[in-house]
Design a protein around this ligand. Structure first.
Ligand SMILES: C[S@@+](CC[C@H](N)C(=O)[O-])C[C@H]1O[C@@H](n2cnc3c(N)ncnc32)[C@H](O)[C@@H]1O
Length: 216
């Protein structure tokens, strides 16, 4: 199912605490997306980093790669900024934006990985049009990934996992290589789902090289 660009994949924002507002004012000049990483390292784009626990943990465990975390939820941005400061992480940048806009703004073939961990599930059928993973999304991800780069999706809604798998499998330039979680830590949203009896479903796809002329 295609999604009209005017249809958002996220819900209305929640109130920001004074502490989160303070962290944003003080720390965005240090960790905002317009601050250069100061090195040439593989770049991971995470869409919907939530409160940032998994983002920070994965960045700490993977210091050779840089991470651009995108989140529309202001409290999550503040929480992640605080984590970066507390943990002394220098390989993460954060932006409060729509991840689709940020993905579109990346150069073709520039990303090492795109992560989408537990996107808003939109479980009601009439809301499925709000889900992030559409054929256009898969094509966009494939275009922005370098050859050999990965898309890692995880959701604990079976219908979303099935839809995402069908969409990714139909994308000419993505090849599903795994349904293992790998080293991905348990995210906050995932933990809530586990407590409610939901199981995570991971999907990892690799950006393939386009077929050479005459092979298609
Ligand atoms: C269910 S939460 C999961 C958060 C986190 N990844 C986790 O697993 O704990 C989904 C998050 O994606 C964010 N989100 C939804 N659509 C987005 C978009 N288009 N761009 C950036 N963030 C988005 C929401 O604000 C929310 O924080």
């Amino acid at each position: 199912m295609e999604r009209d660009d005017a249809i958002r994949t996220y819900k209305a924002r929640r109130r920001v605490t004074d502490g989160q507002a303070e962290a944003i004012t003080r720390l965005l000049p240090r960790f905002g997306s317009d601050v250069p990483f100061g090195r040439d390292a593989p770049l991971v784009l995470e869409i919907g980093s939530g409160m940032g626990e998994a983002t920070a943990a994965m960045a700490a465990a993977d210091p050779a790669r840089d991470v651009l975390a995108v989140e529309v939820h202001t409290p999550g941005v503040g929480a992640l900024l605080r984590r970066l400061e507390d943990q002394g992480l220098s390989n993460v940048r954060v932006t409060e934006a729509d991840g689709l806009d940020v993905l579109r703004a990346q150069a073709p073939g520039s990303l090492d990985e795109v992560r989408v961990f537990f996107p808003d599930p939109w479980p009601k059928a009439r809301h499925h049009k709000r889900r992030l993973t559409t054929p256009a999304f898969a094509d966009l991800v494939a275009d922005r990934l370098k050859v050999g780069g990965r898309l890692h999706l995880a959701t604990d809604w079976l219908s979303y996992a099935e839809q995402a798998r069908a969409v990714v499998a139909a994308c000419r330039l993505l090849e599903v290589v795994s349904t293992e979680r790998g080293r991905r830590p348990v995210t906050r949203f995932e933990q809530q789902g586990l407590c409610a009896g939901r199981q995570p479903h991971d999907l990892v796809a690799v950006r393939t090289a386009p077929p050479r002329t005459g092979e298609a």
